[in-house]
Design a protein around this ligand. Sequence first.
Ligand SMILES: NC(=O)c1ccc[n+]([C@@H]2O[C@H](COP(=O)([O-])OP(=O)(O)OC[C@H]3O[C@@H](n4cnc5c(N)ncnc54)[C@H](O)[C@@H]3O)[C@@H](O)[C@H]2O)c1
Length: 347
Amino acid sequence: MSILDALDADDFEQLTLVRDPESGIRSAVAVHDTTMGPALGGVRMRRYPSHADAVRDAMALARAMTVKSALAGLDLGGGKSVIDAEPTRANKDRFLPVHARHVASLGGRYVPGADMGTDAADMDVLAKHVPVVSSRRDPSPFTARGVLRAVVATLEWSGTGLEGRRVAVQGLGKVGRSLVGLLRDAGATVLVADVDDARVREARDVAGAVPVGVGEILTADVDVLCPCAAGGVLTPAVVDGLRARALVPGANNPLSGDAVAAALHARGVAHVPDFVANAGGVIACEAEVHGCDDGIEAKIEAIGTTAVAVLDAAARRGTDTVAVAHELAAERLAARAAGRPAFPAVV
Ligand SMILES: NC(=O)c1ccc[n+]([C@@H]2O[C@H](COP(=O)([O-])OP(=O)(O)OC[C@H]3O[C@@H](n4cnc5c(N)ncnc54)[C@H](O)[C@@H]3O)[C@@H](O)[C@H]2O)c1
């Protein structure tokens, strides 16, 4: 599908393509939907095979943010931006201020945050040009807490608790490392894997985790699997070999394709979609934007409620949880749109 066709098919509000011969930047800002509020989403910086791939990635990620924020009950829409370049120091110095000026020209419709290739220090650079920026506080611990909430809710839904259960965590970065500690504190036995041996040793020595080979973690004999590394890891072959009875991802887009959700359903795996389970980060970003942390705990708690609602509806209707979750998000957006004012700039 061409990019213009995808704009129509997925109902995008706005796509900004940035090309500046002086700096050499090629970037894009996708504002998918501002029904619920300003479109918040990260600035991803990586080299793509082509500029078209970069634009498509921004669009897919922006659309996912609309669903994630709607299901988390946030006053945020869905957006994402990408800078098509390696995230080196030199590229950041050259491109971030230019990208920031284009983001600023959107008048608050898009609120940037950190993502793959960018961090809190980069958000400080953007904040010199853009009035509202998120992720200057690391959202990862909040993401991990939301994943833990979804794990507990899923086990309770299955008639059991976390104490004494076995949980596999793939990836020991900002989210995975935090999650391992939370699971251990809740009485779970945690199996871990990472391509970085130092991170595995730290999880073993500090959190008492059990190391497993990177090739075995996804099909380990556990109650719950929590992928917290790259996307696309749940392929049809992995699903065939899956021994976990529940899948609760920290990672974005962990399924390799749409058919995988149906395969998980067919195998009877209790699957909480990533955009439900890992919403703790965007919940923290919303609080940051509003300058008030008061609602964070309740919203993270509600991740469990949403997970159960989605598992229940999927079981009742004999369909997969991803389809059900998308429908629920669409219902919430339609309800808000019914009395919707045109979205003004944030602040
Ligand atoms: N940070 C957040 O708040 C947040 C919020 C929502 C979603 N996510 C998603 O969660 C995932 C992890 O995010 P993060 O911020 O922890 O990233 P990170 O870069 O800090 O950590 C990723 C970890 O995965 C490891 N890894 C990579 N490939 C692996 C493999 N094949 N097997 C085992 N380990 C592997 C890396 O070595 C690294 O330790 C990403 O998919 C991200 O998009 C993060």
